[in-house]
Design a protein around this ligand. Structure first.
Ligand SMILES: O=P(O)(O)OP(=O)(O)OP(=O)(O)OC[C@H]1O[C@@H](n2cnc3c(O)ncnc32)[C@H](O)[C@@H]1O
Length: 518
């Protein structure tokens, strides 16, 4: 083979010249439109703006390190005193922060009204619980923490019986409370109406029914010396029996509440009335159907009749004491319990008992304090079971011998244990015959102790009212919660970014127009 001619001498094959001559090779590196300064600047600014938007949204809405405020309420009841400590976020005390019970303390011993003859002991009794509260509240918050004491039916009765003794108890209590570093806001007797209404506020506040304007729950409170019923009924506008009406405007809603407190109808005072009924002739021994067979305890007339609820019935010439013996008969017990209610006269459209007006029962009810203690012990908190089954359970329980009851419940305080048959019978009779709950609406009752960690009772409602923590009008609330706000801003930022990219479309490099080099 001849050697290949040098390249330069190879004949050039004629070719079809392109109509447009390609640019010189040095110019062939086509300019990328993304690299134009304007595009780069816009993109960078866009990205910075989006990052800044999201950062600000996240930082601005990050919950601040929470600070809290505190409030203390002492419930000076007839049977005992309890301290409740509440906490709420400091920044939100203007109506939006949730108030929660963070601690409670049961004062050792009896209620303050039982110290009438040695008032200083009433003040002294509060010391341990107050010291506990001092430890629970951060010391820098002590001075601003309001401290209230509210006394209920025990002191109402003492005040009726001996107002100077009641004043002395208050002086002693006041002196003791003022020694603590809190902001003492006073000690006073709550009216029965206040006790009922604040119990209702507590239940509905904790259930979030007030803020949301939902149908409210009624409140049934059974104490040692009084009992309260409070509910909203369409059939009650306050015109009939105005003394039972309490009106509220809460979170922008008007409420016309029916409430009544029956003094002497707490379970301890009713027991006195039931025993008074059985000791009218001044016997030395009684066979009580409300106590278990085999129960036998000596009781003193002077102690039994030492209460304004029964004092006028003390049989003249009665012996010093009587043997209180149990017979364990639910039906007969219910008959004696019925005698404490007067159903004979009613000057209104309808009454509960003792001539007290009561509108139609409406909605659901929360039953707390002794309602809960007793029904919980008896395993009867399930109100979906028929009323007949509740009666049968009580019939069987009351008939159980005292020995067996003591054996079956070794850890339970003997005073409570002895009285569950009586208390269960009283609760059933009060609900069905006193307040007219029927087998149709019995299941509307819920026996409760706590709601979301806070005890059901008047104390929280009382504090919310005194600290103006429930506004009359609904507070302005942010459109979205924190998480929702951040999500919306993030989504918007992503959408903006995509739109920015799309808006720069004309500058995108286009494959079809790429010059072909042949
Ligand atoms: O409202 P007032 O009438 O003044 O009474 P209180 O404030 O003392 O009433 P409580 O709700 O503290 O208690 C109601 C009743 O329940 C009783 N009680 C408390 N704990 C109990 C339990 O575990 N079992 C049975 N009864 C209990 C207590 O002795 C009272 O007779």
């Amino acid at each position: 083979h001849p050697p290949w001619p040098p390249l330069s001498r190879l004949p050039v094959r004629p070719s079809v010249r392109p109509s447009v001559l390609p640019p010189p090779l040095s110019d062939m590196k086509e300019k990328n439109p993304w690299h134009t300064p304007v595009t780069i600047i816009i993109t960078v600014i866009g990205v910075i703006a989006i990052v800044a938007l999201v950062t600000v949204a996240v930082l601005q809405n990050k919950p601040l390190l929470q600070k809290y405020k505190y409030g203390i309420v002492l419930d000076a009841g007839s049977s005992h005193t309890a301290l409740y400590l509440y906490e709420w976020p400091a920044e939100k005390d203007n109506n939006t922060g949730r108030v929660e019970q963070i601690h409670s303390c049961k004062v050792k011993g009896k209620g303050i009204s039982s110290y009438a003859s040695e008032p200083w002991k009433a003040g002294e009794s509060l010391t341990l619980c107050m010291q506990e509260a001092e430890r629970w509240v951060p010391s820098k918050r002590h001075r601003e923490t309001p401290l209230y004491l509210g006394a209920t039916a025990g002191m109402r009765l003492l005040n009726m019986e001996n107002s100077s003794a009641s004043d002395k108890v208050f002086q002693a209590v006041e002196g003791a409370l003022q020694r603590f570093p809190f902001s003492y806001e006073g000690a006073r007797i709550l009216s029965g109406q206040e006790e009922g209404a604040f119990g209702w506020v507590t239940v509905n506040y904790l259930d979030d029914r007030l803020k949301q304007g939902l149908e409210t729950t009624g409140a049934l409170d059974l104490g040692g010396a009084s009992t309260q019923i409070s509910f909203v009924s369409d059939s009650y506008d306050g015109s009939e029996s105005p003394s039972n009406s309490v009106t509220f405007r809460l979170y922008g809603n008007d409420y016309n509440l029916y409430t009544h407190s029956f003094l002497c109808y707490g379970k301890d005072q009713v027991l006195r009335m039931v025993l008074a009924q059985q000791t009218q002739s001044g016997p030395t021994s009684i066979l009580d159907p409300c106590f278990h067979p085999g129960y036998n305890v000596t009781k003193f007339y002077s102690e039994l009749y030492d209460s304004p609820c029964v004092s006028d019935r003390k049989p003249p010439g009665a012996p010093e004491a009587f043997a209180h013996r149990g017979d364990g008969n639910f039906q007969q017990c219910q008959e004696v319990v019925r005698t404490v209610f007067n159903f004979s006269s009613c000057r209104y459209r309808q009454c509960s008992f003792n001539g007290v007006f009561q509108p139609h029962l409406q909605g659901s009810f929360g039953a707390f304090s002794a309602y809960y203690f007793v029904m919980n012990f008896l395993n009867l908190t399930d109100t979906s079971i028929p009323l007949q089954a509740v009666k049968e359970k009580l019939l069987q329980y009351c008939a159980t011998s005292w020995d067996q009851i003591v054996q079956q419940h070794p850890g339970v305080k003997e005073k409570y244990l002895a009285e569950y048959c009586f208390s269960g019978t009283y609760i059933l009779t009060l609900l069905t015959e006193g307040y007219n709950f029927t087998s149709e609406n019995y299941s509307n009752i819920k026996f409760i102790k706590k709601i979301k960690g806070s005890d059901a009772g008047w104390t929280l409602g009382y504090m919310l009212n005194l600290t103006n923590m429930i506004p009359a009008e609904a507070p302005d609330s942010p459109l979205l919660p924190h998480a929702g706000y951040v999500s919306v801003v993030t989504i918007m930022a992503v959408v903006l970014f995509v739109l920015l990219i799309l808006s720069l479309r004309p500058l995108w490099p286009r494959c079809s127009k790429q010059p072909q080099i042949v």
